[in-house]
Design a protein around this ligand. Structure first.
Ligand SMILES: Cc1cc2nc3c(=O)[nH]c(=O)nc-3n(C[C@H](O)[C@H](O)[C@H](O)COP(=O)(O)O)c2cc1C
Ligand code: SF4
Length: 467
């Protein structure tokens, strides 16, 4: 990989610059092919969504297109496209890096998706605090609309600084003017501005059946996924298949932060060993230090030091019982208290849980309390059993994936680092190093800035006064 594929350097200045660097070829190609063949190209490319779950993108688009086509009633079903730029996963900065480098490729991908599924409108959701990215996207949309390149309106929607804003149904709620409370039904079945009941949390008019009942299937794709689509249409599915592995074709934009020499964001071919990604993107750990563990965000089990040769691919991470997530890697060196890391992850998920499902909110809270006790050296075996019980039941009746994350990440740390649990039970917890979960505010020139206010965020989503 000589030329960057998504992280244009220097950043693309304007629409003419985008075109001069090969941009817009994907959109023109899609229009030549037509909607059905465009979806086929995406299916053939093997592209998997980069938002975390790795769901096949072409298949998602096809199901939305089929659902609209199958509307036998009054044709009331409308389709929408939503680009997920919430980037709430700790240890990730890749979507913001992609938007900063080339927002035109993102909007181009949105336009291709809207064309392919027959959407009547598209939205790009970013956090209100992502001011640079929102401005870059708005300018790109204006320029592309003025050049007659957008068939449908594309709108930037600014959202709150809550983790669930990035959960796809929480994102739909925000676009509809509600808080990001996840719904029961996925967007490709029950989408934006639907007029059939979705048994969601809200009793607003959108949840009430009318004579023009429509579920409005909606494509939700991550920023990186859609930017990659623009490249696939321009260069062809074979080009994409030549990169990466059989089950994980292409490249991924990885973020490497934590105990590394130079935190950063970089493109790597899928299948590259994690150890090499940490070296190339983050400069490795400083001299004299060794890696104790790596957290692939807060959605997948911890990777231990003996697993660092795992290929960065969906199947590679699956083979060690973890997941690649959004390829955001938090490197933890040998000075780390893993109990403290488990507690930070648990508190983050407890605070961010919305409370619609009691086992999730109460369970994450109870696990956090138990870990606090362990870290204080005052826990008993009963407290550890309570933690284990809550980790087993935290997913009961869950509406979204957040409590599964609690179960998988916290559970994996406690079992991989059981020696720390035992030492804490014996009254000697590992020394604290004031670990802060890397919710990234900025990442540029090898410097990562973390959001210190997250530590003050309360379970009701308010913030305690700063000391
Ligand atoms: C709690 C939670 C938070 C999430 N946050 C994000 C996020 O910030 N950005 C993102 O793209 N996907 C996020 N996701 C995944 C989305 O729900 C969804 O799967 C993704 O946007 C689909 O896009 P893709 O198919 O292109 O990967 C989150 C999921 C969960 C359960
Ligand atoms: S599982 Fe947790 S975060 Fe998800 S909707 Fe239920 S309470 Fe909210």
């Amino acid at each position: 990989m000589d030329e960057p594929i998504l992280l244009a350097d220097p950043p693309v200045a304007d629409l003419a610059d985008h075109e001069a660097r090969g941009g817009l070829a994907g959109l023109h190609r899609a229009r030549e092919l037509g909607p059905g063949a465009t979806i086929q190209e995406v299916i053939l490319s093997g592209l998997r969504g980069r938002g975390g779950a790795g769901f096949p993108t072409g298949r998602k688009w096809q199901s939305v297109r089929d659902a609209v086509a199958a509307d036998e009633g009054d044709g009331a079903n409308r389709a929408f496209v939503v680009c997920n730029g919430a980037e709430g996963e700790p240890a990730t900065f890749k979507d913001r890096a992609i938007i900063r480098a080339n927002p035109y490729a993102v909007v181009e991908g949105v336009a291709i998706a809207a064309f392919a599924v027959g959407a009547e409108r598209a939205f790009i959701g970013v956090k209100e605090r992502f001011e640079t990215e929102a401005r870059r996207l708005a300018t790109a949309i204006d320029e592309m609309a003025a050049a007659g390149l957008l068939d449908v309106p594309v709108q930037v929607v600014l959202g709150p600084d809550h983790y669930l804003f990035g959960e796809e149904t929480g994102l739909l709620q925000v676009i509809e003017g509600e808080p990001p409370m996840p719904r029961n039904v996925p967007p490709y079945i029950h989408g934006l501005f639907a007029t059939v009941p979705q048994a969601g949390w809200s009793a607003s008019p959108g949840g009430v059946a009318t004579e023009f009942a429509a579920s409005n299937p909606t494509v939700v794709n991550n920023v990186e996924t859609l930017a990659t689509v623009s490249r696939i249409l321009a260069r062809g599915p074979e080009w994409h298949r030549r990169l990466g592995t059989e089950r994980s074709p292409g490249i991924v934009v990885a973020t490497v932060v934590g105990d590394v020499v130079r935190p950063g964001v970089g493109e790597v071919e899928l299948g590259t060993p994690l150890r090499e990604v940490i070296e190339r993107v983050g400069g490795g750990v400083p001299p004299g230090r060794t890696i104790k563990a790596v957290l692939p965000g807060v959605a997948n089990p911890v990777v231990t030091a003996d697993q660092l040769d795992v290929p960065c691919s969906y199947e590679g991470f699956e083979s060690i019982g973890s997941g690649m997530g959004a390829a955001g890697f938090l490197v933890l060196d040998d000075t780390t208290s893993m109990l403290e890391v488990a507690r930070a992850v648990s508190r983050f998920l407890y605070v961010e849980s919305c409370g619609q499902c009691p086992a999730c909110k109460l369970g994450c809270g109870a696990v956090t309390d138990g870990l606090d006790l362990l870290l204080s050296g005052a826990a008993t075996t009963d407290d550890v059993e309570t933690v284990a019980y809550r980790l087993r039941t935290v997913t009961d009746g869950n509406r979204c994936y957040l409590p599964v994350q609690e179960q998988r990440v916290v559970g994996s740390i406690l079992s991989a680092f059981a020696d720390e649990v035992n030492e804490a039970l014996a009254g000697s917890p590992p020394p604290s190093r004031g670990f802060l979960l890397p919710k990234l505010l900025d990442l540029a020139d090898g410097v990562a800035t973390y959001d210190g206010s997250q530590a003050r965020k309360q379970p009701d989503w308010t913030y305690a006064e700063a000391d």
